[in-house]
Design a binder for this molecule. Structure first.
Ligand code: ADP
Ligand code: MG
Length: 226
C-alpha cells in the first residue's frame, strides 16, 4: 500500500514536470525542423553537408517522439471530457494505427459491440489506446508480422477493452516492470507509453490485466467501470 502511494506521488511529480517541459520544447523543435527542411532543399549543399542536415532532422524527430510520449500524460491544457461509449475513439485511433501496422506487416482486426457509456477524457483515452496498439505492433515487428486483435465490449456495467498481439511476449519479470518510468527494451523506446496507460486507467478507476506468453504473444485486458 505504501508502495502504491509512493508510486502515485511519483506519477504526480512526473506529470507536473511533463506539462511544463513538453509545451516549452515542442515549438522550438518544430521551428528548427522547418528551417532544416528548407536548408535541405538548397542546391549548393555538398553531400556531406546534406548528411549533417539529415542527421539533425532525425535527431529532432527523436526528440519530438520523446516529447509526445511525455505530453500524453501531462495534464491536458484543455481537458476534453465526454460521456460516450468509446466508439468514436476506436474509429479515430484505427485510422491512425492502420498505416503503421501495414508497414510492419501486421493485420489489425477490430470488433466493437458496446452500448455502455462513461465519462472520460477523449485525448487521454486516445493516447492510451494508441500506446497499447503501438506496443502490440512493435512486439510483432520483431517477429516479422502478425495480427493485432482489438475488441471492445461490455460486461457487468464495465467497458472491456482487449488488445491481443501475436508478438514476442513477456516473462513474469518483464510484466512486473510495465509502467515504471523509462522501462524500455527497445533501442528507440522512451519507456513512457505504459506509464501513461496505467496513469489514465488508474484515474478512471479501471483495471489492467496482462496475460503474456514468451514467444507467443500478449493480451492486455482493461476494464473500466461505467
Ligand atoms: P516503449 O514502447 O517506448 O519501450 P512502453 O512503456 O510503451 O515503452 O513499454 C515498455 C516496455 O514494455 C517495452 O519496451 C516492451 O519491452 C514491453 N511491452 C509493452 N507492451 C508489450 C507487448 N504488447 N508485447 C511485448 N512487450 C511489451
Ligand atoms: Mg510504447
Amino acid at each position: 500500500n505504501r508502495d502504491r502511494i509512493l508510486q502515485s506521488e511519483r506519477l504526480n511529480v512526473v506529470s507536473e514536470l511533463a506539462a511544463s517541459v513538453s509545451h516549452e520544447i515542442r515549438n522550438p523543435l518544430t521551428v528548427t525542423s522547418g528551417f532544416l527542411q528548407l536548408l535541405n532543399r538548397s542546391k549548393t549543399l555538398t553531400s556531406e553537408e546534406k548528411g549533417y542536415v539529415e542527421m539533425s532532422l532525425q535527431e529532432l524527430e527523436r526528440a519530438e517522439k520523446i516529447v509526445s510520449d511525455y505530453l500524453s500524460f501531462a495534464k491536458p491544457q484543455t481537458p476534453f471530457m465526454v460521456f460516450s461509449d468509446l466508439s468514436a475513439e476506436l474509429e479515430y485511433t484505427k485510422n491512425i494505427i492502420v498505416p503503421y501496422a501495414s508497414i510492419h506487416k501486421v493485420e489489425v482486426v477490430f470488433s466493437f459491440h458496446n452500448t455502455l457509456t462513461t465519462i472520460y477524457d477523449r485525448n487521454q483515452i486516445q493516447q492510451c489506446l494508441i500506446n497499447l496498439y503501438k506496443n502490440g505492433i512493435e512486439a510483432m515487428k520483431e517477429t516479422g508480422g502478425g495480427t493485432l486483435f482489438i475488441d471492445i465490449s461490455e460486461k457487468k456495467q464495465q467497458i472491456i477493452i482487449s488488445i491481443c498481439d501475436t508478438g514476442v511476449g513477456m516473462s513474469k519479470e518483464e510484466i512486473s516492470r510495465l509502467g515504471k518510468p523509462y522501462y524500455s527494451t527497445k533501442a528507440e523506446g522512451t519507456g513512457l507509453g505504459m506509464l501513461m496507460v496505467y496513469t489514465t486507467i488508474h484515474k478512471l478507476k479501471g483495471k489492467i490485466e496482462v496475460v503474456s506468453d514468451k514467444g507467443k504473444g500478449t493480451t492486455f485486458l482493461i476494464t473500466i467501470p461505467t
